[in-house]
Design a protein around this ligand. Structure first.
Ligand SMILES: Cc1cc2nc3c(=O)[nH]c(=O)nc-3n(C[C@H](O)[C@H](O)[C@H](O)COP(=O)(O)OP(=O)(O)OC[C@H]3O[C@@H](n4cnc5c(N)ncnc54)[C@H](O)[C@@H]3O)c2cc1C
Length: 409
């Protein structure tokens, strides 16, 4: 027994789910296959939070996805303070000076995923297969066939792999490339801070990695929001990402909460005063994955299935959202071409995305190499680079426009 679709999407993470939602007015019949359904987020913030760029917010707003998220769980980033490892050089960005309402926002992954998931359940041109496990995939001349472990067979002219960094679709399609491990881990945790974060993100480029503070919305202890005149002090909260070499990350992960707070406080030069740990730290391995091709006949890859980048610029999922936006655009604007898995059509998507992905991989890879190096000449050069960039408004503005995704529109 087989079901016929126009597009089969494997993976309903943020990228796959946002692509499916962007296709709601495409007139195409979609199948979305996901292994694990997202659960309703708890009131406490988890430490899996992402910096979402204005370009991504624009994309998510076009399909109505952004409007579904609870604004109380989204923090604006109005400024950014970046410090070098000589204790002196720094670079500051300010949204208003760059003509923007914000540089980015910080949003919780589970919260966004659940919001998207609820909307997908109401989407008329979409059939959800979840929980579902993929058994095998075959690519024929005019059709891609996906067999699920429960025996169901899905057929469509296009299969979209949105199934994350260890993509099953990528490997079944023979599109795998050797990833280059950074031998670093991204250590994440949430903290309460003594001093307010000032709606700013902070980043310290250090000899032992890059430490980033991301602002979270504040609240009042014991209640969600006090009535006006409530004197309960506001709690200031942040989420951190400390990308460190594996040995250093293991040391950090083995620390008791007080010692961990102490290390983060010292590494941040006590910029936000004393810290109190709010969540159990977690660590994620980091790697670079560059694919020569994002498409082949009947297959397109988006999100982490198509590329992995170092998270020091907080751009992984933002790149994925732009993949989803571009692929949806190519499919919706295909004119008289009836075959949405046509190779030449898919090549349009690949050509539109390749330069942006490569540029982000080069910048993040170059920055992490520049700062994870003890050569004194490089140390001088990188700190000088920060100071010079800080003194050139046109360069700073160009960097901001690139980082917020405005160059893509
Ligand atoms: C420490 C750290 C911090 C980061 N911070 C940021 C940040 O601030 N900003 C940013 O833009 N990016 C950030 N990133 C990058 C970001 O995590 C990824 O780019 C993003 O999660 C990729 O989303 P995705 O939807 O492509 O993949 P995923 O989130 O991995 O989703 C894949 C989905 O596919 C499903 N799936 C997998 N295999 C199958 C299968 N065989 N069958 C069915 N379903 C399947 C999974 O269950 C999952 O739901 C960070 C990464 C790390 C490690």
């Amino acid at each position: 027994m087989s079901d016929e679709f126009d597009v089969i999407i494997v993976g309903a993470g943020l990228v796959g789910a946002s692509f499916a939602q962007a296709m709601k007015d495409s007139g195409l019949k979609l199948a979305l296959v996901e292994g694990v359904a997202p659960t309703a987020p708890a009131p406490e913030w988890t430490s899996r939070v992402y910096a979402i760029s204005p370009g991504s917010i624009e994309f998510l707003s076009e399909s109505g996805a952004w409007q579904q998220f609870d604004a109380a769980r989204i923090a604006p980033v109005l400024g950014m303070h970046i410090y070098g490892d000589d204790g002196k050089s720094n670079l500051d960005f300010d949204a208003h000076q760059s003509g923007l309402s914000e540089l980015a926002v910080i949003a919780e992954v589970r919260h966004m995923q659940y919001g998207l998931w609820q909307a997908l359940q109401r989407q008329e041109n979409l059939e959800l297969f979840c929980p579902a496990r993929c058994a095998s995939m075959s690519l024929q001349e005019e059709i891609a066939v996906l067999r699920l472990e429960d025996g169901r067979e899905l057929r469509a002219p296009l299969m979209v792999g949105a199934d994350g960094r260890d993509s099953w679709v990528r490997s079944q399609a023979g599109m795998d490339a050797e990833p280059a491990p950074y031998r670093q881990m991204g250590v994440i945790a949430n903290f309460e801070t003594e001093l307010p974060h000032g709606d700013a993100a902070w980043e310290w480029f250090r000899g032992d990695g890059v430490l980033a503070f991301l602002p979270l919305p504040g609240d009042r202890e014991g209640q969600s929001k006090g009535p006006s005149g409530d004197t309960t002090p506001e709690r200031h909260r942040i989420s951190i990402v400390w990308t460190a070499f594996e040995e250093r990350a293991a040391e950090l992960m083995a620390l008791q909460p007080d010692a961990f707070c102490q290390q983060v406080q010292e590494a941040s030069l006590s910029a936000l005063g004393e810290l109190k740990l709010l969540s159990k730290p977690a660590a994620f391995p980091l790697r670079l994955l560059h694919l020569e091709h994002l498409v082949k006949p009947r297959v397109a890859l988006i999100g982490d299935a198509a590329h992995n980048v170092h998270p020091l610029a907080g751009q992984g999922v933002n790149l994925g959202f732009q993949d989803a936006r571009e692929l949806a655009k190519v499919l919706k604007d295909r004119g008289p071409q009836p075959d949405c898995g046509d190779y030449f059509l898919l090549r349009r998507y690949e050509r539109a995305r390749k330069a942006d992905i490569l540029a982000m991989q080069m910048v993040t890879d170059g920055l992490q190499k520049l700062f994870n190096n003890r050569n004194p000449a490089l140390k001088l050069a990188r700190n000088l680079g920060l100071s010079i960039t800080g003194s050139l408004p046109w360069l700073k503005n160009g960097l901001v426009q690139h980082a917020v995704g405005r160059h893509l529109n």
